[in-house]
Design a protein around this ligand. Structure first.
Ligand code: UD1
Ligand code: UDP
Length: 387
Protein backbone atom coordinates (compact mmCIF):
# COMPACT_ATOMS: atom_id res chain seq x y z
CA UNK A 1 0.00 0.00 0.00
CA UNK A 2 1.21 3.53 -0.75
CA UNK A 3 1.93 5.75 2.24
CA UNK A 4 -0.39 8.81 2.05
CA UNK A 5 2.19 10.82 4.02
CA UNK A 6 4.99 10.01 1.57
CA UNK A 7 6.23 12.93 -0.50
CA UNK A 8 4.58 13.26 -3.89
CA UNK A 9 6.94 12.62 -6.79
CA UNK A 10 6.98 15.05 -9.72
CA UNK A 11 9.05 13.91 -12.69
CA UNK A 12 10.12 16.80 -14.92
CA UNK A 13 11.20 15.54 -18.33
CA UNK A 14 13.41 17.62 -20.63
CA UNK A 15 15.47 16.88 -23.73
CA UNK A 16 16.48 19.98 -25.68
CA UNK A 17 17.94 23.41 -24.92
CA UNK A 18 14.67 25.36 -24.79
CA UNK A 19 13.07 22.76 -22.51
CA UNK A 20 15.97 23.05 -20.06
CA UNK A 21 15.71 26.85 -20.03
CA UNK A 22 11.92 27.00 -19.73
CA UNK A 23 11.58 24.14 -17.25
CA UNK A 24 14.39 25.42 -14.99
CA UNK A 25 12.23 28.01 -13.17
CA UNK A 26 9.57 25.34 -12.52
CA UNK A 27 12.06 22.78 -11.20
CA UNK A 28 13.81 25.35 -9.01
CA UNK A 29 10.50 26.49 -7.51
CA UNK A 30 9.04 23.00 -6.97
CA UNK A 31 12.24 21.92 -5.22
CA UNK A 32 11.56 24.49 -2.50
CA UNK A 33 8.51 22.55 -1.22
CA UNK A 34 9.17 19.83 1.38
CA UNK A 35 6.09 17.86 0.40
CA UNK A 36 7.42 17.21 -3.09
CA UNK A 37 10.22 15.04 -4.43
CA UNK A 38 11.20 16.56 -7.77
CA UNK A 39 13.11 14.41 -10.23
CA UNK A 40 14.74 15.91 -13.31
CA UNK A 41 14.92 13.39 -16.13
CA UNK A 42 16.54 14.09 -19.49
CA UNK A 43 16.12 12.10 -22.68
CA UNK A 44 19.36 13.79 -23.76
CA UNK A 45 17.73 14.60 -27.13
CA UNK A 46 20.36 17.36 -27.23
CA UNK A 47 23.78 16.73 -25.76
CA UNK A 48 25.97 19.85 -25.82
CA UNK A 49 23.09 22.34 -25.96
CA UNK A 50 21.31 20.79 -23.00
CA UNK A 51 24.40 20.60 -20.81
CA UNK A 52 25.14 24.28 -21.53
CA UNK A 53 21.60 25.36 -20.61
CA UNK A 54 21.44 23.33 -17.39
CA UNK A 55 24.78 24.70 -16.20
CA UNK A 56 23.43 28.26 -16.28
CA UNK A 57 20.71 27.34 -13.76
CA UNK A 58 23.01 25.16 -11.61
CA UNK A 59 20.75 22.20 -12.33
CA UNK A 60 21.97 18.62 -12.42
CA UNK A 61 20.03 15.69 -13.80
CA UNK A 62 18.69 12.87 -11.65
CA UNK A 63 18.51 10.63 -14.70
CA UNK A 64 20.17 11.08 -18.06
CA UNK A 65 18.79 8.69 -20.66
CA UNK A 66 21.50 9.82 -23.13
CA UNK A 67 19.46 9.23 -26.28
CA UNK A 68 21.00 11.71 -28.73
CA UNK A 69 22.58 10.21 -31.84
CA UNK A 70 24.28 12.36 -34.48
CA UNK A 71 21.87 12.87 -37.39
CA UNK A 72 18.99 11.15 -35.57
CA UNK A 73 15.81 10.75 -37.63
CA UNK A 74 12.43 11.93 -36.43
CA UNK A 75 11.22 8.35 -35.86
CA UNK A 76 14.34 6.89 -34.20
CA UNK A 77 14.29 9.22 -31.24
CA UNK A 78 10.69 8.76 -30.01
CA UNK A 79 11.05 5.00 -30.47
CA UNK A 80 14.02 4.93 -28.08
CA UNK A 81 12.58 7.62 -25.81
CA UNK A 82 9.30 5.80 -25.19
CA UNK A 83 11.00 2.66 -23.88
CA UNK A 84 13.61 4.53 -21.87
CA UNK A 85 11.06 6.88 -20.29
CA UNK A 86 8.83 3.93 -19.45
CA UNK A 87 11.74 2.33 -17.55
CA UNK A 88 12.51 5.63 -15.81
CA UNK A 89 8.87 6.07 -14.73
CA UNK A 90 8.79 2.47 -13.47
CA UNK A 91 11.80 3.23 -11.29
CA UNK A 92 10.68 6.68 -10.07
CA UNK A 93 6.91 6.03 -9.64
CA UNK A 94 5.91 9.65 -10.34
CA UNK A 95 2.56 11.02 -9.18
CA UNK A 96 2.77 13.63 -11.94
CA UNK A 97 4.92 14.03 -15.04
CA UNK A 98 5.67 17.51 -16.39
CA UNK A 99 7.13 18.43 -19.77
CA UNK A 100 7.36 21.72 -21.65
CA UNK A 101 6.69 22.61 -25.27
CA UNK A 102 6.53 20.74 -28.54
CA UNK A 103 9.58 18.56 -29.05
CA UNK A 104 9.87 14.82 -29.61
CA UNK A 105 10.80 14.49 -25.95
CA UNK A 106 7.53 16.11 -24.88
CA UNK A 107 5.39 13.85 -27.05
CA UNK A 108 7.25 10.75 -25.83
CA UNK A 109 6.89 11.87 -22.19
CA UNK A 110 3.14 12.46 -22.63
CA UNK A 111 2.60 9.06 -24.24
CA UNK A 112 4.79 7.18 -21.74
CA UNK A 113 2.84 8.84 -18.89
CA UNK A 114 -0.47 7.88 -20.49
CA UNK A 115 0.55 4.22 -20.82
CA UNK A 116 1.56 4.17 -17.13
CA UNK A 117 -1.66 5.99 -16.14
CA UNK A 118 0.32 8.83 -14.60
CA UNK A 119 -1.21 12.33 -15.00
CA UNK A 120 0.73 14.49 -17.43
CA UNK A 121 1.05 18.27 -17.00
CA UNK A 122 1.82 20.21 -20.16
CA UNK A 123 3.80 23.42 -19.69
CA UNK A 124 3.42 25.93 -22.56
CA UNK A 125 0.23 24.26 -23.76
CA UNK A 126 -2.10 25.46 -26.49
CA UNK A 127 0.21 27.30 -28.90
CA UNK A 128 -0.99 26.70 -32.46
CA UNK A 129 -0.28 27.85 -35.99
CA UNK A 130 -3.30 25.79 -37.10
CA UNK A 131 -1.18 24.27 -39.91
CA UNK A 132 -0.44 20.61 -39.17
CA UNK A 133 3.06 20.64 -40.65
CA UNK A 134 4.28 24.11 -39.68
CA UNK A 135 6.41 24.04 -37.66
CA UNK A 136 7.25 20.45 -38.57
CA UNK A 137 6.87 18.25 -36.64
CA UNK A 138 6.34 20.50 -33.61
CA UNK A 139 2.78 21.64 -34.31
CA UNK A 140 1.50 18.06 -34.23
CA UNK A 141 3.74 17.14 -31.29
CA UNK A 142 2.14 19.92 -29.26
CA UNK A 143 -1.42 19.02 -30.28
CA UNK A 144 -0.89 15.33 -29.49
CA UNK A 145 0.81 16.02 -26.17
CA UNK A 146 -2.06 18.34 -25.29
CA UNK A 147 -4.60 15.64 -25.92
CA UNK A 148 -2.71 13.27 -23.64
CA UNK A 149 -2.40 15.81 -20.83
CA UNK A 150 -4.59 16.08 -17.73
CA UNK A 151 -3.47 19.58 -16.80
CA UNK A 152 -2.56 22.37 -19.22
CA UNK A 153 -0.41 25.38 -18.35
CA UNK A 154 -1.32 27.84 -21.10
CA UNK A 155 1.01 30.84 -21.33
CA UNK A 156 -1.56 33.31 -22.70
CA UNK A 157 -5.34 33.73 -22.92
CA UNK A 158 -5.09 32.93 -26.64
CA UNK A 159 -3.43 29.57 -26.00
CA UNK A 160 -6.22 28.80 -23.53
CA UNK A 161 -8.79 29.56 -26.25
CA UNK A 162 -6.97 27.27 -28.69
CA UNK A 163 -7.31 24.43 -26.20
CA UNK A 164 -10.97 25.13 -25.52
CA UNK A 165 -11.65 25.02 -29.29
CA UNK A 166 -10.20 21.51 -29.36
CA UNK A 167 -12.55 20.33 -26.62
CA UNK A 168 -10.11 20.47 -23.70
CA UNK A 169 -12.03 21.11 -20.49
CA UNK A 170 -11.84 24.62 -19.07
CA UNK A 171 -11.18 23.31 -15.55
CA UNK A 172 -7.94 21.64 -16.66
CA UNK A 173 -6.45 24.83 -18.19
CA UNK A 174 -4.49 27.41 -16.20
CA UNK A 175 -3.20 30.63 -17.78
CA UNK A 176 0.20 31.21 -16.25
CA UNK A 177 2.40 33.30 -18.54
CA UNK A 178 5.43 31.77 -20.19
CA UNK A 179 8.26 30.42 -18.05
CA UNK A 180 10.72 31.89 -20.61
CA UNK A 181 10.05 35.24 -18.94
CA UNK A 182 10.71 33.66 -15.51
CA UNK A 183 14.07 32.43 -16.81
CA UNK A 184 14.90 35.98 -17.88
CA UNK A 185 13.83 37.30 -14.48
CA UNK A 186 16.08 34.77 -12.75
CA UNK A 187 19.08 36.01 -14.73
CA UNK A 188 18.23 39.71 -14.42
CA UNK A 189 20.70 40.36 -11.59
CA UNK A 190 23.45 38.19 -12.98
CA UNK A 191 26.34 39.51 -15.03
CA UNK A 192 25.96 38.60 -18.72
CA UNK A 193 29.44 38.49 -20.23
CA UNK A 194 29.41 38.90 -24.00
CA UNK A 195 31.01 35.89 -25.71
CA UNK A 196 32.44 38.01 -28.57
CA UNK A 197 33.62 41.57 -29.11
CA UNK A 198 30.97 43.41 -31.12
CA UNK A 199 32.32 44.76 -34.40
CA UNK A 200 29.86 47.64 -34.89
CA UNK A 201 27.28 49.44 -32.73
CA UNK A 202 24.45 47.88 -34.70
CA UNK A 203 24.79 44.14 -34.23
CA UNK A 204 22.14 41.84 -35.68
CA UNK A 205 21.80 38.62 -33.71
CA UNK A 206 20.77 35.64 -35.84
CA UNK A 207 19.58 32.12 -35.00
CA UNK A 208 18.02 29.61 -37.42
CA UNK A 209 17.38 25.90 -37.03
CA UNK A 210 13.84 24.93 -38.13
CA UNK A 211 13.41 21.88 -40.34
CA UNK A 212 11.13 23.81 -42.74
CA UNK A 213 14.10 26.12 -43.44
CA UNK A 214 16.61 23.42 -44.39
CA UNK A 215 17.90 23.79 -47.96
CA UNK A 216 16.80 26.73 -50.11
CA UNK A 217 15.18 28.84 -47.32
CA UNK A 218 18.43 28.66 -45.30
CA UNK A 219 20.34 29.79 -48.42
CA UNK A 220 17.93 32.76 -48.75
CA UNK A 221 18.49 33.70 -45.09
CA UNK A 222 22.28 33.58 -45.56
CA UNK A 223 22.13 35.66 -48.76
CA UNK A 224 20.03 38.27 -46.95
CA UNK A 225 22.68 38.46 -44.21
CA UNK A 226 25.40 38.98 -46.84
CA UNK A 227 23.33 41.73 -48.56
CA UNK A 228 22.77 43.51 -45.25
CA UNK A 229 26.41 43.75 -44.19
CA UNK A 230 27.58 44.50 -47.75
CA UNK A 231 25.15 47.42 -48.09
CA UNK A 232 25.59 49.02 -44.67
CA UNK A 233 29.03 49.25 -42.98
CA UNK A 234 27.34 50.02 -39.65
CA UNK A 235 25.76 46.57 -39.51
CA UNK A 236 27.44 43.44 -38.21
CA UNK A 237 26.11 39.96 -37.50
CA UNK A 238 26.63 37.49 -34.67
CA UNK A 239 25.25 34.05 -35.51
CA UNK A 240 25.52 31.21 -32.95
CA UNK A 241 25.12 28.21 -35.24
CA UNK A 242 22.92 25.28 -34.14
CA UNK A 243 24.84 21.96 -34.17
CA UNK A 244 22.39 20.29 -36.56
CA UNK A 245 24.53 19.31 -39.61
CA UNK A 246 21.76 20.47 -41.99
CA UNK A 247 22.18 23.99 -40.58
CA UNK A 248 25.98 23.96 -40.28
CA UNK A 249 26.70 22.86 -43.85
CA UNK A 250 24.79 25.74 -45.50
CA UNK A 251 25.62 28.47 -42.99
CA UNK A 252 29.31 27.53 -42.89
CA UNK A 253 29.74 27.37 -46.66
CA UNK A 254 27.98 30.69 -47.35
CA UNK A 255 28.95 32.88 -44.40
CA UNK A 256 32.27 31.63 -42.99
CA UNK A 257 35.13 34.13 -43.25
CA UNK A 258 33.06 37.11 -44.42
CA UNK A 259 33.79 40.51 -42.87
CA UNK A 260 31.48 41.66 -40.03
CA UNK A 261 29.82 38.24 -39.85
CA UNK A 262 30.79 36.27 -36.75
CA UNK A 263 29.74 32.63 -36.80
CA UNK A 264 30.14 31.24 -33.30
CA UNK A 265 29.35 28.03 -31.44
CA UNK A 266 26.04 28.05 -29.51
CA UNK A 267 26.55 29.98 -26.30
CA UNK A 268 25.24 29.47 -22.78
CA UNK A 269 21.89 31.02 -21.88
CA UNK A 270 23.35 33.91 -19.90
CA UNK A 271 25.73 34.80 -22.69
CA UNK A 272 22.87 34.62 -25.17
CA UNK A 273 20.82 36.98 -23.01
CA UNK A 274 23.86 39.29 -23.09
CA UNK A 275 23.93 39.07 -26.90
CA UNK A 276 20.20 39.82 -27.11
CA UNK A 277 20.64 42.84 -24.84
CA UNK A 278 23.59 44.07 -26.93
CA UNK A 279 21.85 43.59 -30.27
CA UNK A 280 20.27 46.20 -32.54
CA UNK A 281 17.65 43.65 -33.59
CA UNK A 282 17.16 39.91 -33.77
CA UNK A 283 16.58 37.71 -36.83
CA UNK A 284 15.37 34.28 -35.76
CA UNK A 285 13.16 31.28 -36.43
CA UNK A 286 13.37 30.22 -32.77
CA UNK A 287 10.24 29.97 -30.67
CA UNK A 288 11.81 31.02 -27.38
CA UNK A 289 13.67 33.98 -28.84
CA UNK A 290 10.33 35.36 -30.15
CA UNK A 291 9.25 35.58 -26.51
CA UNK A 292 12.54 36.86 -25.09
CA UNK A 293 13.10 39.65 -27.64
CA UNK A 294 9.90 41.55 -26.75
CA UNK A 295 10.61 41.12 -23.03
CA UNK A 296 14.03 42.73 -23.56
CA UNK A 297 12.65 45.53 -25.76
CA UNK A 298 14.38 44.25 -28.90
CA UNK A 299 12.69 44.13 -32.31
CA UNK A 300 12.42 40.55 -33.57
CA UNK A 301 12.07 39.70 -37.26
CA UNK A 302 10.89 36.11 -37.58
CA UNK A 303 12.35 34.03 -40.38
CA UNK A 304 9.12 32.08 -40.85
CA UNK A 305 5.87 32.62 -42.73
CA UNK A 306 3.67 31.79 -39.74
CA UNK A 307 4.05 31.63 -35.98
CA UNK A 308 2.36 29.84 -33.10
CA UNK A 309 3.19 32.98 -31.09
CA UNK A 310 1.07 35.66 -32.81
CA UNK A 311 0.60 37.78 -29.67
CA UNK A 312 3.78 39.80 -30.15
CA UNK A 313 3.13 40.20 -33.89
CA UNK A 314 -0.26 41.69 -33.07
CA UNK A 315 1.26 43.86 -30.35
CA UNK A 316 3.70 45.18 -32.97
CA UNK A 317 7.06 44.16 -31.53
CA UNK A 318 7.63 41.10 -33.72
CA UNK A 319 7.33 40.99 -37.49
CA UNK A 320 7.07 37.93 -39.73
CA UNK A 321 9.49 38.28 -42.64
CA UNK A 322 9.75 34.62 -43.66
CA UNK A 323 12.93 33.01 -44.96
CA UNK A 324 12.87 35.42 -47.92
CA UNK A 325 15.97 37.39 -48.91
CA UNK A 326 14.31 40.60 -50.11
CA UNK A 327 11.73 40.78 -47.29
CA UNK A 328 14.47 40.31 -44.67
CA UNK A 329 16.70 42.98 -46.21
CA UNK A 330 13.86 45.49 -46.63
CA UNK A 331 12.59 45.04 -43.08
CA UNK A 332 16.00 45.40 -41.45
CA UNK A 333 16.92 48.41 -43.58
CA UNK A 334 13.66 50.18 -42.84
CA UNK A 335 14.19 49.72 -39.09
CA UNK A 336 17.78 50.96 -39.45
CA UNK A 337 16.59 54.01 -41.42
CA UNK A 338 13.61 55.04 -39.26
CA UNK A 339 14.52 55.64 -35.59
CA UNK A 340 10.92 56.46 -34.64
CA UNK A 341 9.66 53.19 -36.04
CA UNK A 342 12.52 51.37 -34.34
CA UNK A 343 11.62 52.95 -31.01
CA UNK A 344 7.94 52.08 -31.45
CA UNK A 345 8.86 48.50 -32.20
CA UNK A 346 11.04 48.25 -29.13
CA UNK A 347 8.65 49.93 -26.69
CA UNK A 348 5.68 47.59 -26.94
CA UNK A 349 4.78 45.68 -23.75
CA UNK A 350 5.73 42.00 -23.80
CA UNK A 351 2.58 39.82 -23.99
CA UNK A 352 4.14 36.58 -22.71
CA UNK A 353 4.06 37.01 -18.97
CA UNK A 354 5.29 38.77 -15.85
CA UNK A 355 8.00 36.30 -14.85
CA UNK A 356 5.87 34.41 -12.31
CA UNK A 357 4.57 31.54 -14.44
CA UNK A 358 6.50 28.93 -12.44
CA UNK A 359 4.92 30.18 -9.22
CA UNK A 360 1.43 29.74 -10.71
CA UNK A 361 2.31 26.30 -12.02
CA UNK A 362 3.69 25.27 -8.62
CA UNK A 363 0.49 26.43 -6.88
CA UNK A 364 -1.71 24.40 -9.22
CA UNK A 365 0.43 21.32 -8.59
CA UNK A 366 0.45 21.77 -4.82
CA UNK A 367 -3.32 22.28 -4.92
CA UNK A 368 -3.79 18.99 -6.82
CA UNK A 369 -1.86 17.21 -4.07
CA UNK A 370 -3.75 19.02 -1.30
CA UNK A 371 -0.54 20.60 -0.04
CA UNK A 372 -0.31 23.91 1.81
CA UNK A 373 0.79 27.01 -0.08
CA UNK A 374 3.13 29.35 1.77
CA UNK A 375 2.95 33.16 1.59
CA UNK A 376 3.21 35.01 -1.69
CA UNK A 377 6.82 35.75 -2.65
CA UNK A 378 7.62 39.47 -2.91
CA UNK A 379 6.48 40.86 -6.26
CA UNK A 380 4.15 37.98 -7.12
CA UNK A 381 0.54 38.57 -8.16
CA UNK A 382 -1.59 35.42 -8.48
CA UNK A 383 -3.60 36.92 -11.35
CA UNK A 384 -2.10 37.10 -14.82
CA UNK A 385 -2.81 38.71 -17.18
CA UNK A 386 -4.23 41.60 -15.14
CA UNK A 387 -7.71 42.50 -16.32
C1 UD1 B 1 14.74 20.14 -31.70
C2 UD1 B 1 13.22 20.22 -31.62
C3 UD1 B 1 12.77 21.63 -31.94
C4 UD1 B 1 13.45 22.65 -31.04
C5 UD1 B 1 14.95 22.47 -31.18
C6 UD1 B 1 15.63 23.39 -30.18
C7 UD1 B 1 12.06 18.16 -32.25
C8 UD1 B 1 11.39 17.40 -33.33
N1 UD1 B 1 12.60 19.34 -32.60
O1 UD1 B 1 15.11 20.36 -33.07
O2 UD1 B 1 11.37 21.72 -31.70
O3 UD1 B 1 13.09 23.93 -31.48
O4 UD1 B 1 15.30 21.11 -30.85
O5 UD1 B 1 16.96 23.59 -30.52
O6 UD1 B 1 12.10 17.71 -31.15
N2 UD1 B 1 22.79 18.19 -32.22
C9 UD1 B 1 24.02 18.00 -31.62
N3 UD1 B 1 24.18 18.43 -30.33
C10 UD1 B 1 23.19 19.02 -29.63
C11 UD1 B 1 21.94 19.19 -30.26
C12 UD1 B 1 21.75 18.76 -31.54
O7 UD1 B 1 24.95 17.49 -32.21
O8 UD1 B 1 23.40 19.40 -28.47
C13 UD1 B 1 22.61 17.74 -33.64
C14 UD1 B 1 22.58 16.23 -33.78
O9 UD1 B 1 23.15 15.90 -35.01
C15 UD1 B 1 21.10 15.94 -33.87
C16 UD1 B 1 20.62 17.16 -34.66
O10 UD1 B 1 21.38 18.23 -34.13
O11 UD1 B 1 20.87 14.74 -34.49
C17 UD1 B 1 19.16 17.47 -34.60
O12 UD1 B 1 18.68 17.47 -33.26
P1 UD1 B 1 17.10 17.18 -32.98
O13 UD1 B 1 16.88 17.25 -31.54
O14 UD1 B 1 16.68 15.95 -33.71
O15 UD1 B 1 16.35 18.35 -33.73
P2 UD1 B 1 16.51 19.92 -33.63
O16 UD1 B 1 16.53 20.40 -35.05
O17 UD1 B 1 17.60 20.31 -32.72
N1 UDP C 1 19.78 30.16 -26.69
C1 UDP C 1 20.97 29.94 -25.99
N2 UDP C 1 22.15 29.94 -26.70
C2 UDP C 1 22.20 30.12 -28.06
C3 UDP C 1 20.97 30.33 -28.75
C4 UDP C 1 19.79 30.33 -28.03
O1 UDP C 1 20.96 29.77 -24.77
O2 UDP C 1 23.30 30.11 -28.63
C5 UDP C 1 18.52 30.12 -25.93
C6 UDP C 1 17.54 31.26 -26.15
O3 UDP C 1 17.75 32.31 -25.24
C7 UDP C 1 16.19 30.58 -25.94
C8 UDP C 1 16.43 29.14 -26.35
O4 UDP C 1 17.84 28.96 -26.36
O5 UDP C 1 15.83 30.57 -24.56
C9 UDP C 1 15.84 28.87 -27.71
O6 UDP C 1 16.26 27.62 -28.14
P1 UDP C 1 16.07 27.12 -29.63
O7 UDP C 1 16.06 28.29 -30.57
O8 UDP C 1 17.08 26.06 -29.85
O9 UDP C 1 14.65 26.40 -29.59
P2 UDP C 1 13.14 26.90 -29.83
O10 UDP C 1 12.86 27.99 -28.88
O11 UDP C 1 13.06 27.32 -31.27
O12 UDP C 1 12.34 25.68 -29.60
Amino acid sequence: MTDPLARKVVACVIGTRPEAIKMAPVVLRLRQFDGLRVRLISTGQHRELLDQALADFDLTLDRDLGLMRPGQTLAELPARALTSLDEAFAAESPDLVLAQGDTTTVLAAALASFYRRVPFGHVEAGLRTGQPDRPFPEEKNRVLAGHLASVHFAPTPRSRLNLLREGISNASIHVTGNTAIDALRLTADQPCRLPVRLQTDRMILVTAHRRESFGEPMVEICRAIIDLVDRDPQLSVVFPVHPNPSVRSVVGSLLQGRPRIQLIEPVGYREFVGLMRGSFLILTDSGGVQEEGPALGKPVLVLRDETERPEAVEAGTVQLVGPHRSAIVESVESLAREPDRYRQFAQVANPYGDGWAAERIARVILGRFGLEIADDPAGFSPIWPRA
